[in-house]
Structure formats: structure tokens, C-alpha cells
Design a protein around this ligand. Structure first.
Ligand SMILES: Nc1ncnc2c1ncn2[C@@H]1O[C@H](COP(=O)(O)OP(=O)(O)OP(=O)(O)O)[C@@H](O)[C@H]1O
Length: 821
């Protein structure tokens, strides 16, 4: 039947160093509920701790004796019944492992020898003690010097893991003898001072007491009595430590590395065993785990004592210890009573006794039966028996040597028996020879001798039996009563522990099972997530490629627009793509964008100073402005008025009109500005024709080839098209023109044909064009930082200056007629 590893937690009190440093207590132990709570320093404050439940929990006030009586004694009692038992202390350095185990050793030995001494006379026990340490991954015998290099670990299907190479096993009879040996061993054990512990163990120490039990059945001596063997391992592990805290250097550091390595291997074994499901258990990773193989997951009843420091500075290590301890509770062992182990010394001893008895009996019978035999045949038979006996004793001797070198005393006694027996048989043989010739008187004498031999044999048996122990205190009634009481109490305690362990582990295993299935589900999900990530990566890559392509196209458009902007007339409201884009609206019906009207039909009134007959208006080329007929009329009136007003001067300057002087007269400028100020309302900037462009007249070849070029979806001419455009298609032969939306610098190459240029005769489209202009705070319309009137003034004055140096009259005319902003 399997049973789980029992785990008890023990917290030591604060030591002087911790009190001096003002460390805080972060461990709370509740013995009643067997719970241990560790406050999380990160979470801050009480009530935020992690709670772990164990088979037993001991607070700092509990004595080692109490700990032993409550949990340790159960394991020792099991060893007396023939089970293997292991008690090991686990925890960080300086948390009280050695302190606990020293107390346990003392009490366990007392317990065992109390039990053997109060046992019945029929019970014989053979107790063998060994003490070894694992230091830097090497086995060392703590009970003798000089053989340590030869010690190795071996595994055997029958014996389990054992130490070969001469580990000393001492036959012990009482607790005092054991205590002396343990003390010797402790003196040999490696210990050194570190910052964390003045006497820190630098090795793992394993004290093993092997107890063989034989129940002698006196009534039926012919039936073989069973031998049971229980082995108790008391393990004081070295503590895990951090170099930074222990301040270990040199040898101490090397020891610490080895200690931590083997402890981590132990942790892995515990984890693997706790996980179960046939997971590989890495026992072979260290000597410690190989040695504890039976104790963890094997044939043993095991108790783990997790030792804790209460201090907040050790909280991290304490948490780690608690986690391993909680895991260890899930380990399932399969303890069985070890009956008749092949290598049991007591079994060999028992067999030897039986053999001797048989030999004596056969000798007695032969004494009677052999009387008729001849002298020669008797001698032959006797020699065969002696040979057989010698062989048998040699075989036993070898077995003893192979199995256990430390059973020195037992071997010596066997040797004595052999010699006595041989002497007896030899001396036996001669009287037999003589007996044939002896008369009745001699037979009586021989009978007396035979009785003497039997008495000698009994003495040998008694001496052999002295090697074993048992029943020494049979007469001590008080001790026997105490022992009986303890036995009953331990029986109850063992069953209570088992029940609580099953209950605890029931829920633990349930939770563990759930965790396993959750883990499996998580693994599946992780796999799916990986697939989806790969798909997302593919999509992202293609999206990136698309995005790059779009960005390039956008860049191309921007570059095209940037290249076109210098060719636009200054003052165009949409001189960059961003402003066009901001003004654009999406039309669901058309499934296309409505672009703003980018055609600023701002035509300044033509200077009427030029003699009418010297200007040829291309009326055919202009188209009536459907939106602004009244303006046309006004303009005509205005022109008419101007013509009237200046009629006399025109007549005077018919031959050589002073255009500049007239055009820029003060009242003329004022009129222009008045026009601007009159503009009060705007049409929406989205005056779109069906084609998406403006329906306004576009005098071909004139100065009103508009900014529809910006309207990329409409009938915007492209630069290449413009270059190849045949002006003659729309103009009378010989007339030339230049695109009005081109920069003026490029437009001065056709002065000679100025008079043939088309001039939009419609009144200026200020009202329509202005909406796109930002409005100043005082109601004046602005272009950039200047009001439109300022701009016009600037423009006019600059032209005026320019024209002063230009003596070509036609140039002046051209400028005067060119629509400006
Ligand atoms: N329960 C306790 N009550 C009182 N003192 C204790 C207790 N546990 C430990 N101590 C004291 O704490 C000190 C360190 O204990 P101990 O040497 O047993 O630690 P350890 O875990 O074996 O350390 P290491 O792993 O370094 O060997 C000792 O002086 C010991 O007496």
C-alpha cells in the first residue's frame, strides 16, 4: 500500500543577530491547523501571506522532544516493525536542521533501544550502526579513517542502494554506545563558520541504524523463523546558501557550490516524484539522491522536516523551502516490511545455529547407528563430514565478508564456533572408533562425554546469541509499562497522521490533477497562439508592403503637386495638397470626392485707359459668366463711366496715352479697394460643375486659364497637355497666347501679340473667389498676412516701379490688363 511522504514544518526562534538587526518576523505557525503562513514582504503587511498546510507544524516555542514525539517517533516505530524509515531536515543554512536532527538522533536511539530491551525473550535483535557524509560529492566514512576513497554507491535489485567498499557498520547494543559513535562521527564531519552560521555543516550526513529482528520459536525449533530488517536513515542535509550572504570564498565557496548542486538535484527529484505520471526521476544526478532513492518514492516511510527562519531577510529562501515541502507531500512511497532479506546477518546467524543443531543431532544418531560399521568406513564418513563442514563455514565466512565487514565480532564468534566444533568432532571420532571395541563400561563413560559436548555447544550458542540484543529489561515493569503505553499512542498517532495525510493529499492531488489538465490546455493554446502569430505575421508583412506602396504613391502625388505649385499664380487659395484635401468632401452618391473649386476667377477690372480702338477684345472667346451676370453689367457700366470720366484726357492722349499715370490715379485705386470692401458674402467654395470643375467662363488663351489644374478629378489639363495644346484651335490665326496660370516670369515672351490676347470682359469674380480667402478681423480679406487691398496696392506699386524702367508701352498695357491678385 502506498503512503505519502509526511512533512512537518518547524520554525526556529529569531537569533541574536537577527534581533540585533531589527529583523521582522514574517512566519506564522498554527500548530492546531498545521498551517504555516509566510507574509509576502512585497505585498506588505499582515494578512497578505501565503498559507501552506502540512502534516504537522511547530512554532519556535516547541521543543525538539515535542517534535520528535509528534512526528519522528512514528517513523522509528515503523523501523522496529521492519520498515525502512527516513527522517531528513531540509532548509536554508542556519535554519535549525542540525539542531533538530541532533535531537532526533538522540531520541530515536533511546526509542529503539527501549523497545528492544523491553521485548520478549524470544525476540532477538541485531543492531548495526553506520555514519557517512557526502562532502563535495564524495562519500566519507565518519566512523573510521582511511577508507573514504574506496567508498562507492551500488544498486542491487534485492538490497536497493548500498555503500560498497568497506563502510564500517558497528554492531551496537545500547543507546550510549551509539551516542559515543555519533559523537566520534560528528567530530570527523566537515563544519565551518560562515556569516550565516557559526557552525555550518558543509556536508550532508547520513546516520543509518539497521535493525534486524528475529522471533525465536522455542517450541518448534525446526520451523524457520522469519527475520525482519528495518533501516532508519537520519539525514542532516547541508543548507542551501547564497554566496553573497554567507560570504563564502575559497573552499567554503566550492563546498557551497557542491551543496547547492546536490540540493537542486534533490529538488528536481521531489518535483518529478510529485508530478507523477511516470515522469523520469533524476535520481542519478547526485550522490545524495542516489542514496535517498528508497526514501523518496521507494520502499520507505519518510518524514521531511522543513526548517524555517522567521526573519524577513530570509523570506525568499523560506518561500522556496515551503514550496518544496508542499511538493514533497505529494510524493507517494511504497513501504513494505522487509522480511527475510537475503543479506540479513541475523538470517545467516539463524541458519548457522540450525545447522549446528542438526549436526549435533546427526552425530548423536550416527553414534548409535555407526557402531556396526567398520573402522575404515567410519573414518571415511567422518572425514567427509568434516570437509563439508569446513566448506560450509568458509562459505558463510565469505558471505559475511562480502555483506558486511563491520560485523567483525560476529565473524569472530563464528570462527570460534568452527574451531570448537572441529575439535569436538575430531575428539568425537576417536571415541567412536574406540567405542566399537569398548565394552559396556566404556559406553557409559562415552555418554558422559557426550553430555559435556552438548553443554559446550549450548555455551557456544549462548555466546553467539550475546551478539544480538533483546529483552534485557524484561524484569523492569515500569519500563515495560511505559513502552506499552508509547506503542499504543504511536499506533493511534500513525493512523491519525495517515488519515490527515490522505485528506490533505486528496485535495492536493485533486488540485494537482486540475493543474495538470489546465497545463495541457495551456500547452494546446500556446500551440494555437503560435500558429495564429505566424498567420498574423504573414498578414502584417503583406499589409506593410501595401502600405509602403500607398505611401510611395502618396509621395508621388505630393511631389507632383510640389512641382506644380511654383507654376500657379500667387494667391491661389489652394497652393498645396493639404488644403485641397482639407476642403474636400466625400460624396456617397457619386462615390467620389467633391473637390473644392480651385479656380480663382479674380479678374481685376481692365484698365479703361487704353484707347478702345487700340485694344481688340476677343469677345467670342469669352463666355458669359452665368453666375455673375450683374457683375458683368456693373463692370461694363464701370468701364463706361471710366470712359466718360476720362473722355477728355483720352482724346488728348489718343496718340500717346499716359496709361500709368491714369491707371494708378488715386481715385482708380480707391475704386478698386471699394470693390473689395463691398464683398460681404461668399459662395461656398465647393462650386462644382457636373464634371467636378467650375462652369465659369474660361477664356481660352487668356489670362483666365484657371486653377482647375488642381482639380485632379475634373478636366484639369496636365502640364504636358498644355505644352502641346494648339492655341490656334480656339484663336484666330496668328493670335498667340500664354497660359494665364503660368508664372508671369514665363509669360513675357509675347509682348508683340498683346493686343490679340483675350481679356475677360466680365467684371471681376471677387465675390466668388474670395470665399477661399481668409478674412481679417476688420472685415478686410486677407491673403497670407496682408489684406487683399494691401496686396493689390503692393502689386500695383511694384508694377509701377517696374514699368517706369520699361519704356515699352505695350508692356505696360499687358501688365495693366493682366488679371492680378
Ligand atoms: N528551534 C531552535 N531553538 C533554538 N535554537 C535553534 C533552533 N533551531 C536552530 N537553533 C540555533 O540556530 C543556530 C543554527 O542552527 P543549525 O546549525 O542547526 O542550522 P543549520 O540549518 O544546520 O545550518 P547549516 O545548514 O549551515 O548547517 C544554532 O546555534 C542553533 O542552536
Amino acid at each position: 500500500m502506498s503512503e505519502s511522504v509526511k512533512v512537518a514544518v518547524r520554525c526556529r526562534p529569531m537569533n541574536a543577530r537577527e534581533l540585533q538587526q531589527g529583523c521582522r518576523n514574517v512566519v506564522t505557525v498554527d500548530p492546531a491547523s498545521k498551517c504555516c503562513t509566510l507574509e509576502c514582504p512585497a505585498a506588505g503587511g499582515a494578512g497578505n501571506g501565503k498559507v501552506y498546510q502540512f502534516d504537522a507544524a511547530f512554532d519556535p516555542q516547541e521543543t525538539t522532544e515535542s517534535v520528535y514525539e509528534n512526528v519522528g517517533s512514528v517513523i522509528v516505530e515503523a523501523v522496529l516493525d521492519g520498515y525502512n524509515g527516513t527522517v531528513f531536515a531540509y532548509g536554508q543554512t542556519g535554519c535549525g536542521k542540525s539542531h533538530t536532527m541532533r535531537g532526533f538522533i538522540e531520541r530515536a536511539l533511546d526509542h529503539i533501544f527501549e523497545a528492544t530491551s523491553t521485548a520478549s525473550a524470544q525476540m532477538r535483535y541485531l543492531a548495526l550502526l553506520s555514519y557517512l557524509e557526502i562532502y563535495n560529492e564524495r562519500l566519507r566514512d565518519l566512523l573510521q579513517d582511511g577508507v573514504s576513497d574506496m567508498l562507492t554507491l551500488k544498486e542491487d535489485p534485492n538490497r536497493g542502494t548500498y555503500v560498497a567498499g568497506g563502510l564500517r557498520e558497528v554492531t551496537v547494543k545500547d543507546a550510549a554506545e551509539c551516542a559515543r559513535l555519533v559523537e566520534q562521527g560528528d567530530r570527523r564531519r566537515a563544519a565551518a563558520a560562515t556569516k550565516m552560521n557559526a557552525a555550518s555543516s558543509r556536508s550532508h550526513a547520513v546516520l543509518t541504524l539497521s535493525l534486524e529482528t528475529l522471533a525465536i520459536n522455542e517450541e518448534n525449533s525446526k520451523t524457520e523463523n522469519t527475520v525482519k530488517r528495518g533501516r532508519l536513515h537520519l539525514v542532516d542535509l547541508a543548507g542551501s546558501e547564497r554566496q553573497a550572504r554567507t560570504g563564502a570564498t575559497g573552499d567554503r565557496l566550492k563546498e557551497a557550490a557542491s551543496i547547492n548542486l546536490s540540493l537542486s538535484a534533490l529538488g528536481n527529484v521531489i518535483s518529478a516524484l510529485a508530478a507523477g505520471h511516470g515522469r523520469h526521476v533524476p535520481y542519478r544526478d547526485s550522490k545524495l539522491t542516489r542514496l535517498l532513492r528508497d526514501s523518496l518514492g521507494g520502499n520507505a516511510r519518510t518524514l521531511m522536516i522543513a526548517c524555517l527562519s522567521p526573519s524577513d531577510v530570509d523570506a525568499e529562501e523560506t518561500l522556496s523551502t515551503l514550496r518544496y515541502a508542499a511538493r514533497a507531500r505529494c510524493i507517494k512511497n511504497k513501504p513494505v516490511i522487509n522480511e527475510d532479506p537475503k543479506d540479513a546477518l541475523l538470517r545467516q546467524y539463524q541458519l548457522e545455529l540450525q545447522r549446528l543443531k542438526k549436526l549435533l543431532e546427526s552425530n548423536d544418531q550416527s553414534l548409535v547407528k555407526e557402531i556396526p560399521l567398520t573402522e575404515e568406513s567410519t573414518w571415511n564418513e567422518q572425514s567427509v563430514k568434516q570437509e563439508k563442514y569446513a566448506e560450509e563455514v568458509d562459505r558463510l565466512k565469505k558471505e559475511c565478508e562480502n555483506s558486511n565487514l563491520s560485523a567483525q565480532k560476529l565473524r569472530e564468534e563464528l570462527e570460534t564456533l568452527k574451531i570448537r566444533y572441529e575439535t569436538g568432532t575430531v575428539s568425537n571420532a576417536r571415541p567412536k572408533l574406540v567405542s566399537q571395541q569398548l565394552d559396556e563400561q566404556d559406553l557409559e563413560r562415552e555418554e558422559r562425554r557426550r553430555k559435556k559436548r552438548e553443554a559446550a555447544m549450548q555455551e557456544v550458542l549462548k555466546r553467539l546469541e550475546k551478539l544480538t540484543i533483546g529483552g534485557e529489561e524484561q524484569g523492569n515493569a515500569e519500563l515495560r509499562r511505559r513502552r506499552e503505553k508509547r506503542r499504543k499512542k504511536l499506533e493511534a498517532l500513525a493512523s491519525a497522521l495517515e488519515t490527515s495525510a490522505q485528506e490533505g493529499n486528496g485535495s492536493v492531488f485533486q488540485v494537482y490533477g486540475q493543474l495538470r489538465s489546465t497545463e495541457d490546455a495551456l500547452k494546446r493554446m500556446a500551440k494555437r497562439v503560435k500558429q495564429l502569430e505566424a498567420e498574423a505575421g504573414d498578414l502584417q508583412a503583406s499589409w506593410d508592403a501595401e502600405r509602403r506602396d500607398l505611401l510611395r504613391r502618396e509621395l508621388l502625388i505630393s511631389q507632383i503637386c510640389d512641382a506644380m505649385v511654383p507654376h500657379l499664380r500667387p494667391g491661389c487659395p489652394f497652393r498645396d495638397v493639404a488644403s485641397v484635401r482639407a476642403a474636400a468632401t466625400w460624396c456617397d452618391e457619386l462615390s467620389r470626392w467633391r473637390l473644392p473649386d480651385v479656380s480663382p476667377h479674380i479678374s481685376l477690372p481692365p484698365a479703361s485707359l487704353v484707347p478702345k480702338d487700340s485694344i481688340q477684345y476677343n469677345i467670342m472667346a469669352s463666355k458669359p459668366d452665368l453666375n455673375n451676370n450683374s457683375n458683368n453689367k456693373d463692370n461694363e457700366d464701370e468701364i463706361g463711366n471710366e470712359a466718360d470720366n476720362e473722355e477728355s484726357s483720352e482724346q488728348e492722349d489718343v496718340k500717346k496715352p499716359d496709361i500709368v499715370d491714369t491707371y494708378f490715379r488715386r481715385n482708380r485705386i480707391d475704386k478698386l479697394l471699394a470693390h473689395v470692401r463691398e464683398a460681404k458674402t461668399f459662395e461656398s467654395c465647393n462650386r462644382l460643375s457636373k464634371s467636378g470643375g467650375s462652369e465659369d467662363a474660361i477664356p481660352f488663351g487668356g489670362n483666365h486659364l484657371q486653377l482647375n489644374a488642381l482639380n485632379l478629378q475634373s478636366s484639369a489639363p496636365v502640364i504636358g497637355d498644355l505644352d502641346s495644346y494648339k492655341l490656334t484651335q480656339r484663336l484666330p490665326t496668328g493670335q498667340t497666347s500664354r497660359p494665364g496660370w503660368m508664372l508671369e516670369e514665363n509669360s513675357t515672351n509675347s509682348k508683340s501679340s498683346l493686343v490679340n490676347q483675350t481679356i475677360k470682359r466680365n467684371p471681376p469674380r471677387i465675390l466668388e473667389a474670395l470665399p477661399s480667402y481668409p478674412q481679417g478681423t476688420n472685415g478686410a480679406f486677407k491673403l497670407g498676412n496682408k489684406s487683399i487691398s494691401d496686396r493689390i496696392s503692393d502689386k500695383l506699386s511694384s508694377r509701377f516701379i517696374h514699368n517706369q524702367v520699361d519704356d515699352n508701352h505695350s508692356t505696360l498695357l499687358e501688365h495693366a490688363r493682366s488679371p492680378t491678385y
